[in-house]
Structures are given as C-alpha cells and as structure tokens.
Design a protein. Structure first.
Length: 337
C-alpha cells in the first residue's frame, strides 16, 4: 500500500512539473533566437531534456542548477568550456567567428552565446541517459493563422578532441505533452563530434504540417540514437534558431476595415460572391477560412465599383475577405450560404 501511495505521489509531482512547461507566443512573421541572454534564463518556450524518444519528451532538466549551467564559468565544477567533460546542458561560447583553440578565458568573454550540451555515458549517475535521448526543445503556444513554416539554425560541434559521433534529428510533436514525434527532412550536416570543430547551417521545410494548429506544437533538435565510435562524447550546441512563416492578415476576433473600404453585396454563395464599394481598378482578392488558411486568391478587375467571383467553390460558413490594390487594403467578414 505504501509503495502504491509513493508511486501516486511521484506521478502527481511529475505532472505538476510538466504542467509548467512555458510556451512561446509566435510574433509577426518570423521568430529568431540567438541565445545571447542565456545567463538570464532559458528563453520563453525553450526546454532541455534527456531520455527523449520518438514517443516521449523525456526527462526535464530546466530547473536543475547542476544539469543546466546558465552562468558561464571557466573554472571549477561548473565550467562551461567546450572541453569540459562533465555532463550537462550549458551556456557556451558560440562557434560563430571562433576557432577550436579559443581558450577558456576567451570563451568566457565571448558575447555570442549558444545553447550547448555535453553528452556522457548512458550509465553516468550524475547525468543519466544523455548519450541518446538528449534534446533541445521549443514549445510554441499555437500556430493559429500561420503556415508554411521553415527553420534554419546552426548545429555546432565544439570539442575537436572528442572522437565519438552524435547524429541529430529535427522532429515535431503536437499537444501539451506529445506521445508521438514526427521526424522531418533536414538539409545540412546533422552530426557532431568525430574530432571536429564545425558550425553547420541546417534548414528544414515543414510544408503544411504545422499550419494553423490550435494547440501547442513542439519542435525538437534531438539525438534519438546512441553515439557511435569510442572515446569522449563531444559538446554540441545550437545557435541562431530562426523560424519563418506566413501570417494571415487577420485576427478573426477583431477583423475591421483598413484604409480601403468595401463590402459584400447581397447573399454570398459557393460560386457567386459580389464585392462592392471600391473604386474601379485592379485588385488582388484573398479569402481565408476562420482558422486563417487561404482558400481562394484571384487577380481581378473591379468594373463599375464591383468585383464578381464565380469560381471560389466555398463551403457554407464564415470567411474573411481581403482586397488590395498594391497601395491600400481592406478586410471584411463574409457569411457564405
């Protein structure tokens, strides 16, 4: 009975901690993170794990002062040097513009920082299960009204004296604590170690996989498989993490006319939509559904201050229409019957 109570208590504590994973609210049409302010804490939405897998976020280390070293140090047990063999996540000097011979004081003074990890053996009691299952993870609150996500980042191998090789994967999961992660194709060198000091640019195109999702989305740079070779495992870091995406020209809860005024005339149907009130001329028409996805576009001419759309093929429901003449634009809501 005591064992059952203990297991329940542990599960309750774990759930409480996991519920505190903070999220990034996506800004504008791009998000960049250079990790230069790590000494003040992990940026919003960022978390670090070991024991991660294709079905599990893993073991959470964000709150462990000895497993996540955010204050740069060149001495003692909390060294954040590239060649420190103590297993942990750490605030390291970025490889940008540097050479492998940069000494400890040079690393300490570097203002260009990166989020790093020193892997150690799977049975290392102080930092277990980082040989495989270590991840740098970003939790996004949602991707509503955004799509066509693309990613670039620097994957850095920082200790040229370490011969073991680590292979990294970019994947994503959907939900507060996903139980399935989907790997995506990454272009660029996805290995670190091998007695190399490298700084490789990695690019990822998510296609439409992350478009306009209402719940949390996790993007991970993760080492699913064990390292290969023998000898020390390297220090790996990521830097200059940049997400780009389109942002719909609407926040559906607060749609309003902009500089260009127009309106929907009469009853809009699947293939008969009449817009009026604008000056005669050329316009680009975009129609969005209520989660921000583009469902129709057309370059057309307004004759006699009206635009007639006869081939939209829309389902019944609410939509948002935007028209633009290259200098001004306007937005209205539309109910298709």
């Amino acid at each position: 009975m005591k064992k059952l109570f203990l297991l329940f208590a542990i599960g309750t504590i774990t759930t409480g901690v996991n519920a505190q994973y903070n999220s990034l609210t996506l800004p504008g049409q791009s998000y960049t993170q250079n990790f230069n302010n790590l000494s003040s804490g992990l940026p919003a939405g960022w978390h670090v794990f070991t024991e991660a897998s294709a079905t599990d976020l893993g073991r959470y280390w964000d709150t462990s002062a000895t497993k996540l070293l955010l204050t740069p140090s060149a001495t003692g047990s909390t060294r954040t040097n590239w060649n420190s063999t103590t297993g942990n996540f750490r605030n390291v000097a970025s490889a940008n513009g540097q050479v492998s011979s940069l000494d400890s004081l040079g690393q300490l003074a570097a203002t260009d920082r990166a989020l790093g990890l020193r892997q150690v053996g799977a049975t290392n009691a102080a930092f277990p299960n980082s040989d495989s299952g270590a991840s740098f993870s970003l939790k996004i609150e949602n991707t509503l009204h955004r799509g066509d996500f693309a990613l670039t980042f620097e994957l850095q191998s920082l200790d040229a004296t370490s011969p073991r090789t680590t292979t990294w994967t970019v994947d994503y999961g959907i939900g507060a604590e996903p139980t399935t992660f989907t790997p995506v194709t990454a272009t660029g060198t996805m290995t670190t170690g091998g007695s190399a000091f490298t700084n490789n640019t990695v690019t990822v195109d998510f296609g439409t996989d992350l478009d306009s999702l209402t719940g949390p989305v996790w993007i991970r740079v993760v080492a699913i498989d064990p390292t290969t070779g023998s000898g020390n495992r390297t220090t790996t870091a990521i830097d200059d993490f940049a997400l780009t995406y389109y942002a719909s020209p609407l926040a559906v809860s607060n749609v309003k006319n902009e500089a260009l005024s127009f309106y929907v005339m009469g009853t809009a149907t699947a293939n008969n939509i009449n817009l009026g009130g604008m000056a005669s001329g050329r316009y680009f028409v975009s129609i969005y559904d209520m989660v921000g996805r583009t469902v129709y576009t057309e370059n057309t001419t307004a004759a006699n201050s009206a635009i007639n759309i006869t081939n939209a093929g829309l389902q019944a429901g609410l939509y948002v229409v935007k028209i633009s003449n290259g200098q001004q634009s306007g937005i209205v809501k539309m109910n298709v019957q």
